[in-house]
Write a protein that binds this ligand. Structure first.
Ligand code: AFP
Ligand code: FBP
Length: 331
């Protein structure tokens, strides 16, 4: 659908989803309920992130390390609680898998449903104390009602995915498998308003985004690729510039809008890269593909990976289609 500026700014996320559910498709009706929970959780997290400094919510929780071997911040825990609560109350969930929980959570009883949500409630949380952008990432799957164990599904089976970025404004970017649309939180009405309809990533960008401190541990072929794009000697003959926040949501938001390449390859220390397949790589890969881009491990499409465990890591090359194709030749 093509939106005029007036249409777009009068379309909230709830309107957008309700319109899609009007045909009576039961999955769309469920997604309406799930996204109602997600937007409510994101509103609360945005509020907490904004007030972290004045409400003593910066710093470590003192709970020790999570299953990733990372110290949990106070806001990691609070965001996780909010996200779990709102998703559960959607009444659609069978399982929840969170970065902050060792094991997946089974939802039964009156709130139990057929869907799986995997999420990182506050990704990039090491940036919070410096008031730098952070975000929530999520992927939604269907078909878990009768599953005895947490069903591990390929990213290509996601029925929806998205992220919410808490930055100069709060933006929720979503896909339900028919393109990517972005909604900005209007803090006066509390509504997410359609500000980024039908997002299309440029086929080629001129920005790369990676932790350059890891380059000495990269494979030699990737170092060659990197040298080439920095000198303007890559396939596009453009000299690339670096932008790296260290908060995947922020780095991916820019990549979706401006194009370019975000990469976290395997290196000598991080044999499978750093980013988590289920609640970082796969949701972002679905968004990238739905916006015309690509996402690869360097060897295979991220969305084709059969996951082995909830917290599995994968190398990732994601962004503009031509940039991902070029980088993968050196991966
Ligand atoms: P934190 O949530 O611990 O800050 O990790 C964020 C993250 O998983 C992802 O958002 C970034 O892209 C990536 O780590 C940055 O990792 P480096 O610090 O190794 O560059
Ligand atoms: P813009 O306001 O045009 O984005 O420029 C920002 C800036 O002056 C500094 O904030 C920033 O440190 C620098 O440019 C980045 O420059 P480069 O693009 O060369 O890395």
């Amino acid at each position: 659908k093509v939106y005029s500026k007036k249409d777009r700014l009068s379309t909230t996320l709830s309107d957008f989803l309700r319109e899609k559910a009007i045909g009576g498709d039961p999955t769309m009706r469920d997604l309406e309920a799930i996204f109602s929970g997600i937007q409510s959780a994101c509103r609360s997290i945005a509020d907490m992130v904004g007030k972290a400094g004045i409400q003593d919510m910066t710093g470590m929780a003192g709970t020790g390390e999570n299953v990733q071997g990372e110290e949990q911040k106070k806001l990691d825990i609070l965001s996780n609680d909010v996200f779990k609560d709102k998703l559960t109350k959607s009444g659609c969930m069978a399982y929840l898998g969170s970065e902050e929980e060792d094991e997946a959570i089974r939802i039964t009883g009156k709130f139990g449903g057929d869907y799986i949500a995997v999420f990182d409630p506050l990704d990039g949380s090491s940036n919070i104390d410096a008031a730098i952008s952070v975000g929530t990432i999520f992927g939604i799957y269907k078909g878990a009602k009768n599953a005895e164990e947490f069903p591990l599904k390929k990213g290509s089976e996601q029925v929806a995915a998205g992220y919410c970025m808490y930055s100069t404004c709060t933006i929720l970017m979503i896909t339900i498998g028919d393109g990517v649309n972005g909604f900005t939180l209007d803090s006066s009405s509390g509504e997410f308003v359609l500000t980024h309809p039908n997002v299309a990533m440029p086929k080629r960008g001129k920005i790369y985004s990676c932790n350059q401190g890891n380059i000495p541990a990269w494979p030699e072929s990737l170092k060659t690729y990197f040298d080439k794009i920095c000198r303007g000697e890559g396939e596009s003959k453009t000299k690339y510039g670096l932008r790296y926040i260290g908060s995947m949501v922020g780095d991916m938001h820019r990549t979706l809008l401006y194009g370019g390449l975000f990469l976290y390859p395997a290196d000598a220390k991080n044999k499978n890269g750093k980013l988590r397949l289920l609640y970082e790589a796969s949701p972002m890969a679905m968004l990238a593909e739905q916006a015309g881009g690509k996402a690869s491990t360097g060897k295979e499409r991220v969305l084709d990976i059969e996951p082995q465990e909830l917290h599995q890591r994968v190398p990732i090359f994601i962004g503009s289609a031509d940039d991902v194709d070029e980088a993968c030749k050196y991966a």
